[in-house]
Design a protein around this ligand. Sequence first.
Ligand code: COA
Ligand code: AMP
Length: 630
Amino acid sequence: MSYADAFARSIADPQGFWNEAARAVTWSRAPGRVLDRDDAPFYRWFPDGELNTCFNALDRHVEAGRGERLALIYDSPVTGTVRRFTYAELLAEVARFAGVLRDLGVAEGDRVVIYMPMVPEAVVAMLACARLGAVHSVVFGGFAPKELAVRIDDARPKVVVSASCGIEPSRVVPYKPMLDAALDLAAHRLERCVILQREQAVAELVPGRDVDWAAAMTSAATGPAGCVPVKATDPLYILYTSGTTGLPKGVVRDNGGHAVALLWSMHNVYGALPDDVFWAASDVGWVVGHSYIVYGPLLLGAATVLYEGKPVGTPDAGAFWRVIAEHGVNTLFTAPTAFRAIKREDPAATLLGKYDVSSLRTLFLAGERLDPDTYHWASEKLGVPVIDHWWQTETGWPVAANLRGLEPMPIKPGSPTVPVPGYDVRVLDGDGRECAPGQEGAICLRLPLPPGALPTLWQDDGRYVGSYLSAFPGHYLTGDGGYRDEDGYLFVMGRTDDVINVAGHRLSTGSMEAVLAAHPAVAECAVIGVADALKGQVPRGFVVLKSGVEADPDVVCAELVRAVRDEVGAVASLKRVDVVPALPKTRSGKILRKTMRGMAEGADEPVPSTIEDATVLDVLRPVIAPPREP
Ligand code: COA
Ligand code: AMP
């Protein structure tokens, strides 16, 4: 089927289209109905179907005689370890850990928070939850205790699974003290923690509450657990993502639609095959990790690479090439920032010459805008198609892509190409009318969203409707702005809200502002994302001090940088806060963040007509503007 036919059918007849795709999944009860529209705008895919996602990711490959195939390759330059698991081995681990969780009282529908570094046990824990019909919520290891506590309070887990430490190139990061601090901060009281001890920093366990991973796995009392069939519409996981406020949004993923959509995307978007080695160089704490380190490749029966390292510094800018060569990687998926880091250290890609990367067929990039420089560099050095594709935590899989399996299309640098079948992408102006080609507007998706995209937010239907469905009735608001060209190619220009993207990590300026505002010397504050050559964007903070405050502004700024690191996490990368006499505001009191961003990036910002006091811009300019090149 051509792209045009597939796309047209997916929009005109979504039920027929996804019913066919659903046949690739093994159901314990095949769905009789495909799409339930009765509670619109809450749509449910495969409402009467039943399945187990872990069965589809592991058991069925073993039952099909593929148990000796490689499932998971753990490559950890920070510990000097490589471990390989076949499907049969991974299944045995997962079934056993599911037994551990079951014995700790975890049952269908219970939540389990997973706060772990990039170790195989993180994947095992996720799949073990899926096996039991429990709901996992993975929290990225770079988040600080307070962020973890907020997520624990929202998800109310029965058990937390964590590790004694994570390993960053420059330091060992003890996770357990952060977990203990989060549990102190959280109002929710959970029953048990399972802790993976790593030799780089052994953690103290709290008697009666904490269970040692290794001891539990080898205990004679623990037997493996089988797969619990769940409804297709039951939640598989909750993944918190940054919204415009400090409170993260709990994106819910269902079981049935997710399995169908991911499996479809592996073939049609990524052009992946069951014997492939697929490497998503991300982290299990992000959606890319959920969809394309864990579930997508395993649903397909491919081998997935779990990489505990960085593109540079572990040990050098040849790390990615080494992994491709050593494991025969066919598809690499990462964020453009990783390639910018490699290019900065090894602009001529001399280290590439040391490795045979001929197994690589395609490089996929997402998570932030792919700048043309990085696109051209990667294409030229690797000599394979470099595919920009656009999606977000909420959608769970690509919204716009060059569909390598379905019908490869000519690449236009700067564009993630065309809408993926299932996604009725519309670019709307402020009045909800469709923009003409080339005209920029809000990128929206006409409802219903396809399988795999979020059905709602965790226990907050109201926020789901308020955040995504209210701006343009009948449409989901992506939060990104952009346009389509005459050929229907989509161009994504950036967020239209207060979400920023730092090294491919999605962060809320609102959560950083909440930390700045809590400082006793601060009267007002704003955090904006400004362009950065390596990370795409980095946050910068601006504060107005309370009148009469005598503290040294430099000391206050250093305290604020520290506070954001401690309360949001190192990953926020807020390195600079400036004291300013005032913030530019509209007459109704709204801070003019867009104007500030333009000034910080050195643009000639027009004075907005809504500004309350234009002289504020003059006093701000010397502080906010980048130094001019001599
Ligand atoms: N646990 C604890 N701390 C973590 C962490 C984790 N899982 N991940 C990152 N951090 C810390 C880092 O150590 C760093 O701390 P520092 O300020 O003390 O140096 C801080 O958070 C920022 O980390 P990072 O954003 O990774 O920046 P970096 O300067 O260390 O590295 C890159 C820059 C570009 C090499 C790195 O961001 C990268 O590899 N990006 C790839 C993109 C990616 O994986 N995106 C995910 C979505 S696809
Ligand atoms: P996340 O939810 O963390 O995956 O972040 C999603 C956001 O990242 C999107 O809303 C975009 O702002 C940005 N993004 C992801 N992929 C791309 C891309 N290919 N081009 C431009 N922006 C992107």
